[in-house]
Design a protein around this ligand. Structure first.
Ligand code: GLY
Length: 315
């Protein structure tokens, strides 16, 4: 027993911490590029500070995503897109790879930080709560509610008004339009204990059908974390759901591929089997970071022990 404990301690001693966040894939206009990178960098810095202080990957990814939810540049929390009825319905998820516990919520309204509600679910006997039930649970848990105006931004309101709101479905008319409509934020990390975690949050897709749920709160589709890897996806959710992109990437790492190879293979599979586009971020148990996209951009920022500060990019 003692030998096993010592071996585990030696392994833990070697664990290097790392974190990467994304602010969504798609087309990021030149006017938004700086703000998207700055928002990702700020979120990564918050999570990184927690990891450096010995905090858990789970706490770090929640804090990073809260920062992205606060930032009106991103389609999550404040800045979420509007559904067909002009309402804001949000989805979020969090997963602790060290014990495979998960918390997800879908279709919630007027919640200031959906990721923290997902965290409360992860800590409860439940795994996934939706709509009114999730909001009731939020009240029980003392989760912060907000007004519609707190979540609404001019950018998203104008995008909704511009969209053909008389169309009967939320279906985009082609790959280009799909790319314009989605957006998600996410964070993944490995802590000094070697534990991996992921957190993902989204307002979904612009002008989505009321009650429509994307990949972000669906385990194995828009996110996954286990002892091998943590993954957060962004893109046209319907494709990520049917192709189970996050689980595909996690399995690839478990089979021995590097984080980058797993990211590339999962996105290649997406490109081969779907019209919609997107991207993902991944960290493996050795702290290696991977990212891939088949969209024009993927706003992100990453940091590990070799870097003095987070590196941000939209490429
Ligand atoms: N990936 C976010 C969504 O489709 O809802």
């Amino acid at each position: 027993m003692q030998q096993i404990a010592q071996k585990k301690q030696r392994e833990n001693d070697l664990m290097s911490i790392a974190l990467i966040v994304h602010g969504g894939a798609g087309n990021i206009s030149p006017e938004r590029a700086d703000a998207a990178q700055a928002g990702c960098k700020a979120a990564a810095s918050i999570g990184w500070q927690m990891l450096q202080n010995g905090g858990s990957a789970l706490d770090a990814v929640e804090a990073a995503v809260r920062s992205l939810e606060d930032n009106p540049e991103f389609n999550a929390g404040r800045g979420s897109c509007l559904n067909k009825d002009g309402k804001i319905e949000m989805d979020a998820s969090i997963m602790d790879g060290s014990n495979l516990t998960v918390g997800a919520i879908a279709g919630v309204q007027l919640i200031r930080h959906p990721i923290t509600l997902a965290r409360r679910v992860q800590e409860s006997e439940h795994a996934f709560l939706i709509g009114a039930g999730a909001e009731f649970f939020a009240k029980e848990q003392g989760i912060e509610f907000c007004t519609y105006e707190d979540l609404l931004t001019e950018r998203q309101y104008n995008a909704w008004k511009k969209h053909d709101s008389t169309s009967l479905t939320y279906e985009a008319k082609g790959p280009g339009e799909k790319s314009e409509k989605h957006g998600t934020v996410g964070a993944i990390a490995i802590d000094s204990q070697g534990h991996l975690a992921c957190a993902t949050s989204t307002g979904g897709i612009l002008n989505k059908y009321p009650g429509r749920v994307g990949d972000s709160p669906l385990i194995g589709c828009g996110f996954y974390a286990d002892e091998h890897a943590a993954i957060s996806c962004t893109g046209y959710g319907e494709d990520f759901i049917r192709l189970m992109i996050a689980r595909r990437a996690a399995s690839s790492v478990a089979e021995g591929h590097s984080a980058q190879e797993a990211a590339d293979a999962a996105i290649q599979f997406l490109a081969e089997h779907a019209e919609g586009d997107g991207g993902l971020i991944i960290i493996d148990r050795n702290g290696n970071i991977g990212k891939a996209k088949n969209s024009a951009h993927l706003a992100h920022a990453y940091i590990n022990e070799e870097l003095a500060e987070p590196v941000a990019d939209i490429g």
